[in-house]
Design a protein. Structure first.
Length: 95
């Protein structure tokens, strides 16, 4: 069962969230392919969750920032990671 995240109703106070350097700032082909998958194949909610996780480096911090349970973050991130991995492998096989 997929849990729908409601980002429209969640406000992250600006002062509590300061982005780090771009975790996707790399020119390697594999990184470009991953960026393409993330930005072209994920829903807005999934993409936002993945980017927030990449920036925070902690599922607990993501859960706290979004005021949702750690379990919800874990389930959704694992689903997103599997999707990205499968799509990446598919694209690598076809190239």
């Amino acid at each position: 069962m997929r849990v729908q995240l409601k980002f429209d109703a969640i406000e992250i106070p600006y002062q509590d969230y300061e982005p780090h350097d771009d975790p996707f700032d790399d020119d390697e082909e594999s990184v470009r392919l991953l960026k393409s998958i993330i930005f072209n194949n994920l829903s807005h909610e999934d993409r936002s969750l993945m980017i927030l996780y990449a920036d925070c480096q902690s599922m607990r911090k993501v859960a706290d920032s979004l005021n949702i349970s750690l379990g919800t973050v874990q389930v959704n991130l694992n689903r997103i990671k599997k999707f990205i991995q499968n799509k990446y492998n598919e694209l690598k096989r076809n190239s």
